[in-house]
Design a protein around this ligand. Structure first.
Ligand SMILES: N[C@@H](CCC(=O)N[C@@H](CS)C(=O)NCC(=O)O)C(=O)O
Length: 203
């Protein structure tokens, strides 16, 4: 299996999941300037939508969209307990968190990464992100350790990665103490540490 990534981006969540389940895989970073991956693949032929993550399976089939990739990895390794069983309320809850992270929190950060966003646009985006982080902070308030309680899930991997972006766009997470302690807890997981190290994010 091969995971196409951009270091530190949302593809880090899928990378974390692959390490959490102990899958055999390689990572292939994509250079969006040239459109080529490190291994020389023309990325447009891998994912014509033009973004990561993309997971290429052993049979050559390619799966995209982070929330789908994460659930696929988790479902293929049920013993790892990274997702509740399909059809349960807890699985629906996991999807609720994945969708919120994807369509609300992740997208709220996007203008902060566009070179063309004006200073006023960036301030507006920061206010919007802060509003979402207020919600995430309350969401984590009465949780034992992770979004679903005691068990780490793929939704935690995605939420951790997106919250971590605050550190790169001048948003101080100290205003949201539950997010700070959640992020610390997640960052200390061996698979998370290894994935971040492999992407050159930590020493
Ligand atoms: N809908 C996609 C969005 C993925 C996405 O936004 N990927 C970003 C990184 S977080 C990307 O590859 N951007 C291309 C670039 O940076 O040029 C998903 O949920 O997987």
């Amino acid at each position: 299996m091969k995971l196409f990534i951009k270091p530190g981006s949302c593809s880090l969540a899928s990378h974390i999941a692959l390490r959490e389940v102990g899958a055999a895989f390689e990572i292939d970073p994509v250079d969006f300037e040239t459109g080529k991956s490190q291994s020389g693949a023309d990325y447009n032929t891998i994912n014509p939508k033009g973004y990561v993550p993309a997971l290429q399976l052993g049979n050559g089939e390619v799966l995209t969209e982070g929330a789908s990739v994460l659930q696929y990895i988790a479902d293929q390794h049920p013993a790892s307990n990274l997702t509740p069983a399909s059809g349960t309320i807890m699985r629906a809850r996991l999807q609720e968190y994945l969708n919120y992270t994807s369509s609300e929190l992740h997208k709220a950060f996007s203008p902060l990464f566009f070179a063309g966003t004006s200073d006023a646009g960036k301030e507006k985006a920061k206010t919007n992100v802060a509003k979402k982080l207020d919600y995430v902070n309350t969401l984590l308030e009465d949780k034992a350790a992770y979004l679903l309680g005691h068990d780490f899930s793929v939704a935690d991997a995605y939420l951790f990665v997106v919250c971590n972006w605050a550190n790169f766009v001048g948003i101080d997470l100290k205003a949201w103490p539950n997010i700070v302690s959640f992020s610390k807890r997640v960052s200390e997981r061996p698979a998370v540490h290894a994935a971040m190290k492999a992407e050159g994010l930590i020493g």
